[in-house]
Ligand binder design. Structure first.
Ligand code: CA
Length: 229
């Protein structure tokens, strides 16, 4: 599995629906994590930090709307886009009316092609580099398609790990990443790497970013991790 592969959390109690969604999302290049109910979904959001959530309205016990409301209330999860699935268009109207904060709505039975297009649209917002877009931060420009990075229009030489680190930072300027979160995102969850390795590569990235001069845009946040700006 690619370390920086975007993750979708599918919350759906019907096994067949869950399988269809998983199959199609995996075919689109996503890593898929699945929950059968709202309680499980809320736990998985913390454990897996998904990039996008596809959430069914009709769930046993805690409804999709309640799950949505909880995700959008917590500052740590508020920015994760949610695509809500519902059985009837009247429900969609109600979701809108309730202002639960869902980012998009799809009525069941949905067309898989349409749903995948909606997921990709949310990905462009949530993980612009994973969607192949160009990222800019001050005078630094990162092209995720060509893997080229420039600063003040001068090309920068970066190793592959430093490139993935910079991509992670540039997707969310200002966000503080812990060493563990950077390990999961840049190195992958299944690989054992010492957290000190992160510090080594941050050092290399800082050096690379200043290879033609300029100030160090990376900030060390004591006891928390690193941030861009
Ligand atoms: Ca359901």
């Amino acid at each position: 599995m690619a370390a920086d592969q975007p993750t979708v959390l599918v919350v759906e109690d019907e096994a067949a629906q869950r399988e269809v969604l998983t199959y199609n999302l995996e075919a689109e290049g996503f890593r898929v994590t699945r929950a059968e109910n709202g309680e499980e979904a809320l736990v998985l959001i913390d454990e897996e930090s998904p990039d996008i959530i596809v959430l069914d309205w009709m769930l046993p016990n805690v409804s999709g709307i309640e799950v949505c409301r909880q995700i959008k209330t917590r500052p740590e999860t508020r920015s994760v886009p949610i695509i809500m699935l519902s059985a009837r268009s009247e429900e969609v109207d109600r979701v809108r009316g309730l202002e639960t904060g869902a980012d998009d709505y799809v009525v069941k039975p949905y067309s898989v092609i349409e749903l995948m297009a909606r997921v990709r649209a949310q990905l462009r917002r949530a993980r612009p580099a994973a969607a192949g877009l160009r990222l800019e931060y001050e005078d630094i420009v990162l092209d995720s398609e060509t893997h080229r990075v420039t600063r003040g229009s001068k090309p920068l030489k970066l190793g592959p790990t430093e490139f993935r680190l910079l991509t992670t930072f540039m997707e969310k300027p200002g966000r503080v990443w812990s060493r563990e979160q950077l390990l999961d995102r840049v190195w992958g969850r299944d690989i054992y790497v010492d957290t000190r390795t992160v510090d080594v590569h941050i050092g290399r990235l800082r050096k690379a970013l200043c290879q033609h001069g300029g100030n160090d845009p990376l900030r060390t946040v004591r006891g928390a991790g690193y941030a861009l700006g």
